[in-house]
Ligand binder design. Structure first.
Ligand code: HEC
Ligand SMILES: [Cu+2]
Length: 227
């Protein structure tokens, strides 16, 4: 029924609205160029930049937020030959805007093992996925200690079937490319209900709905793959 209607609509669309359709395509192609620059947040927690790597558009700003309890850090683009910037403390942040396309590795001054990279796309290349930044914000909204437990569950329990690196075992691979067609809600539904008649068990006795959504978002982000 629904597809009949949409076929009928697209038929009308094609016959009568061809010109305006073309116009709307042209507008949607031009939109990314006009889109506003964004601020992308990276959380610093437990001596890690999360996420470690971000891909942004030229003109975007990256904001590193110190979400530690008491540890200070810095964000130092040492390879650019700049001096080490000041430390920033819990609740404070550091910002940098990127204009030139390229790959910008950085480290924490006092903790040389803390590494990250900002990748700035060529201008005009595909717009950074908004969903992705949204997903990352969503992931960071869960209490840190619960995040840790869920990541543990993912590695130990889910990993026993889907592989420790989530690249597949008895259960299918859960890398982001394989999950592209699933929304976070779709994934939460599979996780809560399982797949009856397959070894995929329901987790609703163990996980809350928002925790299943969190796992869905975490899987889609790819943050847990191969670690
Ligand atoms: C006992 C083994 C087992 C465990 C444990 C398990 N899974 Fe699964 N999972 C499977 C199997 C097998 C499938 C494929 C089911 C099918 O054929 O449709 C699956 C499917 C899925 C799918 C759908 C993927 C797709 O491409 O269709 C997701 C998402 C998923 N599992 C996530 C999880 C998560 C998250 C956990 C831990 C909370 C988990 N699974 C634990 C066996 C398992
Ligand atoms: Cu540090």
């Amino acid at each position: 029924m629904r597809s009949q209607i949409s076929t009928a609509i697209s038929r009308i669309f094609l016959k009568r609205k061809c010109a305006s359709y073309l116009l709307s395509v042209l507008i949607s192609m031009a939109l990314p160029v006009l889109a506003q620059a964004e601020t992308i947040e990276i959380s610093i927690k437990k001596m890690l930049f999360m996420p470690e790597n971000v891909t942004i558009n030229p003109g975007d700003t990256v904001r590193w937020v110190n979400d530690e309890r008491r540890q200070y850090h810095s964000v130092w683009f040492e390879a650019l030959g700049v001096p080490e910037p000041d430390y920033f403390f819990p609740g404070e942040f550091f910002e940098k805007r990127f204009v030139q396309a390229g790959s910008y590795p950085y480290r924490c001054g006092p903790h040389s093992e803390m590494l990250g990279t900002v990748i700035v796309r060529e201008p005009g290349k595909e717009k950074a996925s908004h969903a992705n930044n949204h997903t990352i914000t969503f992931i960071q909204n869960m209490e840190a200690s619960r995040q840790e437990e869920l990541v543990y569950l993912l590695k130990q329990d889910c990993g026993s079937c889907h592989g420790m690196t989530l690249k597949g075992g008895l259960g299918p691979s859960l890398v982001p490319e394989k999950l592209a067609s699933f929304s976070i809600e779709d994934l939460a539904a599979v996780i809560m209900e399982g797949r009856p008649g397959t070894p995929m068990p329901p987790w609703k006795g163990i996980l809350k709905q928002e925790e299943a959504s969190w796992i869905g978002a975490y899987l889609k982000s790819g943050l847990g793959v191969g670690q």
